[in-house]
Design a protein around this ligand. Structure first.
Ligand SMILES: Cc1cc2nc3c(=O)[nH]c(=O)nc-3n(C[C@H](O)[C@H](O)[C@H](O)COP(=O)(O)O)c2cc1C
Length: 364
């Protein structure tokens, strides 16, 4: 497996751990992945739920918790660290600023088109910053739009792009009806995005790594997608069943106990399909159960909290803390393949071994 670069940032292994909210990938998982030579990613969404004053002051709690987790992760590793931010959160610009102030290596930005730098952040902070910006998209067209917009507006472009296909865990950037459509399979999206990036690479004289995500579970999946031009992969689901993952043991066990038929799609209250593991709570909400939402903060721009039947941030935080009867696990389509909990090192060693098996099998 070869090292790769995002701008001047050298990354030993082409493995990026997907940011997973709420409170699934924090400093524990991120630092463990970074220590093995991959990129460890802290998920910023609703991270303030870890703080005692979240209900009273969610904005301050989010900022405090993000700063704390970044500092804690940095104290545990000298490796490469990122945060995962969603454009759809209402305090997106605050969180962006904290990440720049804390000198995080990479900001991954999803759940919306990352068309401009946050306007409330002074240019001087951007100019002095070495932080790399990497948008996450679900189509080659979205990647082109973002890069074109940046090229025209700023005369420079984001540092890499993550393309996430329909097999991923969590909220998905596709319509429910498109999830099975051949056209949107990850290999097609990767080939198309690699071609779309070429004119930008020529114009700016740099390499734009295309990073593949969604349903990549083993080294064979990694090898195959990298043959299509992906320079690295972003993996979430496989890292949930590690000791270092910051989720509760109950959350991890829900993966190990799951069968293929338990991995299902819900209509999330935020207006997107989401992939989860079926449990009693999911059955209840599918049967019309409502849990009144008293939302003093409105964390997601797209959430109409007066009409939703439950709060997804609360449900996800409950399960992250082990209360599965009041929540559920987000999970990728391959979550049912988990059979045991391992260390991050064992997981990465397995990925490298499986990757090399495929590489040399094909070479013989
Ligand atoms: C439990 C879980 C939670 C996730 N939470 C988020 C999130 O809060 N924000 C986000 O942009 N992506 C989220 N993702 C997507 C991951 O960052 C990553 O892109 C995805 O997991 C890749 O697909 P895979 O799970 O099949 O490996 C989540 C995925 C999982 C499995």
């Amino acid at each position: 497996m070869e090292a790769f670069q995002i701008g001047d940032l050298k990354i030993q292994l082409p493995i990026i751990q997907g940011g997973m909210g709420v409170a699934i990938s924090l400093s524990g998982l991120a630092s463990a992945v970074a220590n093995e030579g991959g990129v460890g990613v802290i998920s910023a969404v609703a991270i303030g739920m870890l703080e005692p004053d979240y209900v009273k002051n969610f904005r301050e709690a989010n900022k405090t918790a993000l700063r704390k987790e970044i500092r804690k992760a940095k104290s545990l590793t000298n490796g490469v660290l990122g945060i995962n931010l969603m454009l759809a959160i209402t305090d997106y610009e605050d969180m962006f600023r904290i990440a720049l102030e804390e000198k995080i290596d990479i900001i991954f930005i999803g759940a919306g088109l990352f068309l401009r730098k946050p306007s409330t952040i002074p240019d001087s902070l951007f100019e002095s910053s070495k932080t790399k910006f990497v948008p996450k998209v679900s189509s080659a067209k979205a990647a082109r739009l973002i890069f074109q917009h940046w090229a025209n507006k700023y005369n420079h472009i984001p540092d890499a792009v993550v393309v996430e296909g329909p097999l991923a865990g969590g909220h998905l950037g596709f319509k429910k009806d498109d999830l099975e459509n051949q056209k949107f399979k990850l290999p097609n999206l990767i080939s198309e995005t690699v071609s779309e990036m070429m004119p930008f690479e020529q114009r700016f004289g740099i390499e734009i790594p295309v990073i593949a995500a969604g349903g990549i579970y083993n080294g064979e999946d990694m090898y195959n997608i990298m043959q299509l031009g992906a320079k690295a992969v972003k993996i979430g689901t496989r890292f949930v069943t590690t000791y270092e993952c910051d989720a509760s043991m109950e959350y991890k066990e829900s993966y190990i106990k799951s069968r293929k038929k338990d991995i299902t799609i819900i209509d999330s209250p935020v207006g997107l399909p989401g992939r989860v593991i079926m449990n009693d709570f999911v059955k209840k909400i599918q049967n019309g159960y409502t849990k009144p939402v008293k939302c003093p903060w409105k964390c997601l721009k797209t959430c109409n909290f007066k009409e939703v039947n439950y709060c997804i941030a609360e449900a996800l935080f409950n399960s992250a803390r082990g209360n599965m009867s009041e929540g559920f696990s987000f999970a990728g389509s391959n979550a049912y393949k988990a059979t045991k909990i391992q260390t991050v090192k064992e997981t990465i060693d397995d990925l490298i071994f499986e990757y090399n098996m495929n590489k040399y099998k094909l070479a013989i």
